[in-house]
Design a protein around this ligand. Structure first.
Ligand code: G3I
Length: 554
C-alpha cells in the first residue's frame, strides 16, 4: 500500500482500507459495536491500550477487541519503553499491542517517536550532534521494525512541540537542536517507512487559539519545504468544567484545507469526581460533539479514546479530584458517553427516545439597550445520548424567533433592540435530537439607547479554555448610541494570577489586572447599532476556573 502519492489518494486509500481490511460493515444494526458503525462511516474508532490489563484481564481484552478498529499503545511505544539504554531496544510491549491488533483486524497508530516526556535521561544529556544521530537512529529502528507490517499504519512523529502560548516548547530537543529537529524527525520517519502516515500531535489545540494557529503555521511551512507531514493529531483531553470548544469542527476544517489528514488522537472528558447523572450527561454531550465534528470533516480519519475504562486512566494521577473521563466505568459497564459515541457513529439509528427535562424559568440580568444575560435551572437527560444544549426563543406568536443557543444553562443575548419588551423561553436538546418542553416565559425590557455619541457596550464570550488558560473571542463592541463613533475603549478585569498572553484586532495595554483594549486603526468607526469584535488569550494558574469579567465600553 502506498499512501504517499497525494493527500487525496491518502484519504481514499485509508477509507478503502477501513472498508475492506477492518470489519466489513454496510448497514450496521443499532446494537452493533462502535467499530461496525465507524467503519460504515469510513472512520476509525480507536482506544489507547495498556499492556498489563491487555495480558491479564479478559473483560479488558474483549472490549478492546470487539469495540475498536484502531489501537494506540498508551505507553509501550514511547522511547523509555523501546530504547531505555542507548542502542538497546526492547519491543516486547510494542509487539504485544501490534500482535493483538493483527489478531483482531485492527490498525495501530504508533505513539510517539520524539517527545520531551518519557524519554530516558541518556538522551537528554547528549551533545547536539550525538542527540540528532540518536534521534534519527531511534526513529529508524522503531519505525523500521514495523515498516513491512500492514497493521502499523501511522505515527506521531513529534508530540507536544508547542507551549500553550504558541511558542516552540523549550524542551531539551529544542534547546539542544533548535527547531530543525522537527523536520529532521519527519524526514527520518519517512525514510524508515515510506508508506506510513506521519503526524504532529498536541493538546489544547481543539479550538482556534494561539497554539493551534502555531501548529497550523508550522505544518503549512513544513509542507511548503516538502517536509513529509501527512496528518495533524488533536489530543482532545477535555474537561466538562472548561466548556466545549465550539469551533472544534471549524478548526479541523482549516487544517484539512492545508491538505493534511486530521484525527482525534487521545480523547477523554474528565469531570470533577464523584460522578452524577448530570455530569455523565454533560460528558456524553462532549463525546458526541467530538465524534460529530470528525464525521462532518471528510479529512478526519477517526477518533481514538485515551483508554476506554475508568479503571485505567492517567487522569486521577495528574489531576487529583478529577477522573471518570472514559466511556466505560471501572467495572466495564457502558456509561452514557458510550451511548453518545455509539449513536453519533450510528447516525440516526438512535437508542435514545427520551427528551431532556424542561429547563427552569430563565432569569434576566445585566440588561442594557442591546443585551441581556439569562440563566436558568439546567435540564437533565436520562435517555443516554446526553444533554446537547439549549435554544433560547423570543415568544412571537406563530413564528418564534431563535435568539441564541448555548451548551450551558446561561447565555448572553446581544443584538437586542433598545426600549423593547422581550418574552423569552428556553428548551433543551439531547444528543439524539429529542427536544424538551418549553420553559415558562420570562419577560424583560431593554433600556433606552445610548442617547448620544460614544455610547457603546462590550460583551466577552469565552470561546475555549483549558486547565491553565482560555481564549475570549469574540468580545463584541456595539455602538448603542444614536451617532457614529470613531473609536472605542473597552476595559475588563483579569482575576488575580491571570496574565494576558496575546490579543488581536485591538491595541491592548495592561495595568495590574486591568486590561484596556482600544480599537485598532481599522475597526474604530461604528455606525449606530454596528458592531465589531476583538479577542485575547489569557494564562491562569493550573486548575483555576475563573475568567475575565467587568467589561465596560466608552
Ligand atoms: O511503568 C512504571 C512502573 O514500573 C512504576 O511502578 C510506576 C510508578 O509510578 O510507574 C510506571 O510508569 C508510569 C507509566 O505511565 C506507565 O503506567 C509513569 O509513572 C506515568 O507517568 C506514565 O503516565 C503516562 C503519561 O503519558 C506520561 O507522560 C500515562 O500512562 C499516559 O496515559 C500519558 O499519555 C500522554 C500521551 O502520551 C501524550 N499526551 C498526553 C497523555 C496524557 O498525559
Amino acid at each position: 500500500m502506498s499512501v504517499r502519492s497525494s493527500s487525496f489518494v491518502r484519504v481514499l486509500t485509508l477509507v478503502g482500507v477501513l472498508a475492506t481490511f477492518l470489519l466489513p460493515a454496510t448497514s450496521a444494526d443499532a446494537s452493533a459495536p462502535l467499530r461496525t458503525h465507524a467503519a460504515s462511516r469510513g472512520k476509525f474508532i480507536g482506544a489507547a491500550l495498556a499492556t498489563s490489563p491487555l495480558s491479564n484481564e479478559t473483560s479488558y481484552r474483549n472490549i478492546a477487541a470487539t469495540e475498536f478498529n484502531q489501537v494506540t499503545a498508551e505507553n509501550a511505544m514511547k522511547w523509555d519503553s523501546t530504547e531505555p539504554s542507548q542502542g538497546q531496544f526492547n519491543f516486547s510491549g510494542a509487539d504485544a499491542i501490534v500482535n493483538f491488533a493483527t489478531q483482531n483486524n485492527q490498525q495501530v497508530h504508533g505513539h510517539t517517536l520524539v517527545w520531551h516526556n518519557q524519554t530516558p535521561s541518556w538522551v537528554q544529556g547528549l551533545s547536539a550532534t550525538a542527540m540528532r544521530t540518536a534521534m534519527q537512529n531511534h526513529i529508524s529502528q522503531v519505525v523500521g521494525r514495523y515498516a513491512s507490517n500492514a497493521t502499523v499504519v501511522s505515527w506521531d512523529v513529534v508530540n507536544e512541540v508547542f507551549d500553550d502560548s504558541g511558542n516552540l516548547r523549550t524542551s531539551f530537543w529544542y534547546n539542544t537542536l533548535g527547531q530543525s529537529y522537527i523536520a529532521d524527525a519527519f524526514r527520518a520517519a519517512r525514510a524508515a517507512d515510506p508508506d506510513a502516515r506521519l503526524c504532529i500531535n498536541d493538546y489544547n489545540t481543539e479550538g482556534i487559539n494561539a497554539k493551534s494557529t502555531a501548529i497550523y503555521n508550522l505544518v503549512s511551512s513544513l509542507r511548503q519545504q516538502n517536509v513529509p507531514v501527512d496528518c495533524v493529531g488533536f489530543q482532545s483531553h477535555l474537561a466538562i468544567q472548561y466548556g466545549f470548544p465550539g469551533d472544534f469542527q471549524q478548526n479541523l476544517q482549516r487544517f484539512a484545507a492545508l491538505g493534511v489528514q486530521v484525527r482525534i488522537t487521545e480523547l477523554d472528558v474528565r469531570i470533577q469526581t464523584p460522578r452524577d447523572a448530570t455530569k455523565d450527561a454533560t460528558q456524553a454531550t462532549y463525546y458526541r460533539n467530538v465524534v460529530n465534528a470528525c464525521l462532518a470533516v471528510t479529512a478526519c480519519a477517526g477518533v481514538t479514546i485515551w483508554g476506554f475504562t475508568d479503571k485505567y486512566s492517567w487522569v486521577p494521577d495528574t489531576f487529583p479530584g478529577q477522573g471518570a473521563a472514559l466511556i466505560y466505568d471501572e467495572s466495564y459497564a457502558q456509561k452514557p458517553s458510550y451511548t453518545a459515541v455509539h449513536d453519533a457513529l450510528a447516525g440516526g439509528t438512535t437508542t435514545d427516545p427520551t427528551p431532556p427535562t424542561t429547563p427552569g424559568t430563565p432569569s434576566a440580568s445585566s440588561i442594557t439597550s442591546s443585551s441581556a444575560a439569562l440563566t436558568w435551572t439546567a435540564s437533565t437527560d436520562s435517555g443516554g445520548s446526553g444533554l446537547a444544549g439549549y435554544d433560547v426563543y423570543r415568544e412571537q406568536g406563530a413564528t418564534d424567533q431563535l435568539l441564541g443557543q448555548s451548551t450551558t444553562n446561561s447565555i448572553s443575548l446581544t443584538g437586542l433592540s433598545a426600549s423593547t419588551q422581550y418574552q423569552v423561553y428556553v428548551r433543551a436538546r439531547d444528543g439524539a435530537g429529542n427536544v424538551s418542553a418549553n420553559s415558562a416565559l420570562a419577560t424583560f425590557t431593554t433600556t433606552a439607547g445610548g442617547g448620544g455619541p460614544g455610547g457603546c457596550t462590550a460583551v466577552g464570550t469565552v470561546q475555549n479554555q483549558w486547565n491553565n488558560g482560555y481564549v475570549v473571542q469574540p468580545v463584541t463592541v456595539t455602538n448603542t448610541g444614536t451617532s457614529a463613533i470613531t473609536g472605542w475603549t473597552v476595559t475588563l478585569t483579569l482575576p488575580a494570577g491571570h496574565t494576558l498572553s496575546g490579543s488581536w484586532n485591538a491595541v491592548v495595554t495592561v495595568s495590574g489586572q486591568t486590561v484596556t483594549a482600544r480599537n485598532a486603526s481599522y475597526n474604530g468607526n461604528l455606525a449606530p447599532n454596528a458592531s465589531t469584535t476583538f479577542g485575547f488569550q489569557v494564562s491562569r494558574p493550573n486548575g483555576n476556573t475563573q475568567t475575565a469579567s467587568g467589561y465596560t465600553c466608552a
